[in-house]
Every structure is written in structure tokens, then in C-alpha cells.
Ligand binder design. Structure first.
Ligand SMILES: [Zn+2]
Length: 170
């Protein structure tokens, strides 16, 4: 179970609670964060992406990832955090979410120009987007895109992001 960068706090926790060692080793990414995840596990995750594990950031990560897979904007998550009495600035929320995105723990969705939406599910999947309410949800069926263009010289297709925009029937 050798892992780089094991902190003192983490080590202390392991010694104090040997039963959680196996549990902790499973938390290799944020998809494993639940209500029973220890703070030290979230702190380790923050350090792994180069962020100082402040109390606010730990609370924010819990808020963002503790509810299963979902989609949110930084603004919406900030509002949720404030409602949950987490004293954090929008700038810190942005900064944290972008660090997590760079580390591959979140995925940015390009659905609407003005706002960035984040997805806690980083696997390849596609989305429905409801115009007006800006509600985003996963398409739970395979989507095939035919006749993809040849990428320009020297480029390759990284992935195909399908957003199907919805509106109520007239
Ligand atoms: Zn999604």
C-alpha cells in the first residue's frame, strides 16, 4: 500500500483506525467520496492536485462530490455552499473546480457559453440540456455519431461530446 505523499495526518489516522486503511486505499478519486469519507482522505486528494486543504475546500469537495454523479456550475455550487454555511468565495470555488478538472477528477461540459458546467462523472457520456431551465442530465443510451470529419492535419479527435438540446413541446 505504498503511496506517494502520505501526510502526517493520514498516517496518524491510519494508526488510530486500522480498520479504515483498506477503506482509505479505495479513495483514489473523488467518485468514492460519500458521507462516511474521512476529512483526511479529502485533504489527501486536495494535496494530490496541488491545493492546500483548507477547511472550506474540504467542505466544498464534500458538497460537490458527496451526492453521487451530478452536473453543476461554479455559481450553483457556490450558492449551495453558502446555504450549507460553508464560508467560501466564488473565486475559491472556481479555483478548486478548475484544479480538479485539470487533475481529471471533473469534466467541463460545453453546453452554454456564459457558464461553465462541471460533471463529476468523467467517463465518456453524452448529455441532454433543457433550454431555459439549463438543466443538464446524462443520456442513458448509446449515441452514435456518423460521418465524423477528418481532423485537421496533425490533430486527432480526443472525444466527441454530444449535447442534445431540449425544449417543452409547443
Ligand atoms: Zn454527465
Amino acid at each position: 500500500m505504498a503511496r506517494a505523499g502520505v501526510s502526517l495526518a493520514e498516517t496518524a489516522n491510519r494508526i488510530a483506525e486500522p480498520d479504515t486503511v483498506a477503506e482509505a486505499s479505495k479513495v483514489t478519486d473523488t467518485t468514492m467520496i460519500t458521507a462516511t469519507t474521512h476529512d483526511f482522505e479529502i485533504e489527501a486528494q486536495l494535496r494530490r492536485v496541488g491545493l492546500r486543504p483548507t477547511r472550506q475546500r474540504v467542505a466544498l469537495v464534500r458538497q460537490a462530490f458527496g451526492k453521487g454523479d451530478r452536473h453543476f456550475s461554479a455559481e450553483a455550487l457556490h450558492a449551495e455552499a453558502l446555504a450549507a454555511k460553508i464560508d467560501i468565495s466564488l473565486a475559491t470555488v472556481y479555483n478548486t473546480l478548475h484544479h480538479f478538472t485539470d487533475a481529471g477528477l471533473l469534466r467541463v461540459l460545453s453546453v452554454e457559453g456564459a457558464k461553465t458546467y462541471f460533471d463529476t462523472n468523467t467517463s465518456d457520456h453524452h448529455h441532454f440540456f433543457v433550454e431555459g431551465s439549463n438543466h443538464i442530465f446524462d443520456i442513458d443510451a448509446p449515441v452514435t455519431v456518423d460521418n465524423l470529419p477528418e481532423p485537421p492535419e496533425g490533430m486527432e479527435i480526443a472525444h466527441v461530446d454530444v449535447v442534445i438540446r431540449l425544449r417543452p413541446k409547443a
